[in-house]
Design a protein around this ligand. Structure first.
Ligand code: PLP
Length: 469
């Protein structure tokens, strides 16, 4: 354990760790193709926490499935939160192929019909629509957060930010300064000046000891911080903390919105993993009773196949034509915009917002049955089809160890998911998943939890994850 309580071996912040004995044993048990790729990966790539050494080598991704180099299939309930449509949705792939054939690249200083159509579509979906909002595109979420930070500095004339401890807003130095995760901040020397942090809001569990569940988590503290630190120009936050499915207290964001307005700070919502559609509405803020000044999208925006992020901001912030705010080489990627347009079509035509709500409700229903049987399943939290299952200790095993054992027990049975915050099993299925596969994944999770807590035998290796070689 480090002095700050994180556990790089097991993982604790953004995901499961990659240096634990269980990870080593898992890697060693891969087949020859997988092991060869994993070893090459480690020889060639810099080792880093949460990444190399990797978990598994994959050679295919289709719908809800990942195909490993050794021919097994994993149901992907992680997907880095890009796979609202499942992997390789044919509409997205066809749109990318068409755009690549027609306009493979759009140099900066030029625009193109794909980018303009996507901008129109996104801006029109915001409250007030075209005229009230403008946008910029970027090749990654972290970069888009950097754009939002620049905009906030320009618009308010203030360089400081307020964000939450343990939050993640991207791995770039600017985004990591604003984020509050030690794994991304430690040992790097001075980060961005003026990046301040508060304990995160957690429904029903105020870290300051507030008793009021409606407006706990010390809105008064937040208000006073903004009042006493006039250099703070923006509050940057995920409306729901993704990695742990940390839900805010009811009414929290409405109250924060009002405080930001009173203190002249912009409200920047990072919905990079949450939107579009995953949470049951196109944008997550629609459920938070607060419209941000700046909304940042990414991940699934590119249909799960193209790296694309977007910054949507109130049109009155468009006052700095002499400053480069974005200016990224692949800023108006025709293929990226085509992918996003196709993804938004699929979201609308296949009713994926409603599907997210239904999938979430079913997952919560089955997990509640499980919780009744397994007392170490502490809490189930959900927003649309993003569900967090928080584990507690059992039989002398700490929750982090149980979570890690659950992960490998599930992987052996053909289900992949991510552990958030060291102890939260996060379930993020494709919104297009067939009901039988959802049920199968939940059964696997139940077996894995039982095995991890010592109440069930490991699976018969012959009946393991499905082999499709
Ligand atoms: C909440 C949040 N913000 C920002 C990012 C960064 O996005 P990207 O990896 O595309 O830079 C992520 C990625 O995981 C994220 O989950």
């Amino acid at each position: 354990m480090t002095a700050r309580g994180s556990d790089p071996a097991r993982g604790s912040g953004e995901g499961d760790g990659n240096r634990s004995p269980l990870r080593a044993a898992w890697r060693a048990a891969r087949g020859p193709n997988g092991r060869a790729l994993l070893e090459a990966d480690e020889r060639l790539f810099f080792r880093q926490i949460l990444s190399t050494p990797c978990l598994e080598a994959v050679v295919g991704a289709e719908g809800p499935w990942l195909l490993t180099a050794d021919g097994t299939r994993l149901l992907d309930f992680h997907g880095n939160s890009v796979h609202q449509l499942g992997h390789g949705h044919p509409r997205v792939l066809a749109a990318i192929a068409r755009a690549l054939a027609e306009l493979p690249f759009c140099p900066r200083r030029f625009t193109n019909p794909y980018a303009v159509r996507l901008a129109e579509r996104l801006v029109a979906a915001m409250p007030g629509g075209i005229g009230a909002w403008k946008c910029l595109f970027a090749p990654s979420g972290s970069v888009a957060i950097g754009i939002a930070l620049k905009l906030a500095r320009l618009a308010t004339g203030r360089y400081g930010t307020l964000a939450f401890w343990d939050s993640f807003h991207g791995a770039g130095l600017d985004a990591a300064s604003v984020g509050g995760e030690p794994l991304f901040r430690d040992r790097l020397g001075p980060l961005l000046p003026g990046a301040r942090h508060l304990p995160p809001p957690v429904r029903g569990r105020c870290r300051f000891g507030c008793r009021d569940p409606e407006h706990g988590n010390c809105l008064a503290f937040l208000d006073e911080t903004l009042a006493r630190a006039p250099e703070i120009g923006a509050l940057v936050a995920e409306p729901v903390r993704w990695t742990t499915v940390g839900l805010p207290p009811p009414g929290y964001w409405r109250a924060v919105r009002e405080i930001c307005d009173r203190r002249g700070a912009l409200l920047i919502f990072d919905e990079i993993p949450a939107s579009p559609a995953r949470t049951g509405t196109l944008f997550l803020f629609e459920q938070m009773d607060a419209v941000p000044d700046v909304l940042v999208l990414g991940k699934g925006l590119g249909g799960g196949a193209w790296p694309l992020a977007a910054v949507l901001a109130r049109a009155e912030l468009d006052r700095f034509p002499d400053t480069a705010i974005g200016h990224y080489t692949h800023e108006k990627s025709p293929a990226g915009a085509a992918a996003a347009l196709a993804a938004l079509d699929v979201v609308a035509e296949e009713g994926l917002c409603g599907r997210a709500r239904n999938l979430g409700a079913r997952m919560v229903e089955r997990l509640a049955e499980l919780r009744a049987r397994l007392p170490f399943v502490r809490e189930i939290r959900a927003i649309g089809a993003m569900v967090g299952v928080e584990l507690g200790p059992a039989d002398g095993r700490p929750a982090t160890a149980l979570a890690e054992r659950t992960l490998y027990a599930a992987l052996r049975r053909g289900l992949s998911f991510k552990i958030g915050g060291g102890r939260v099993v996060t379930l993020c299925p494709p919104l297009t998943i067939a009901s039988e596969l959802l049920e199968r994944a939940l059964s696997i999770l139940a077996e894995a939890l039982l095995e991890a807590s010592g109440d069930a035998a490991p699976p018969d290796p012959d009946r393991d994850s499905e082999v499709v070689r």
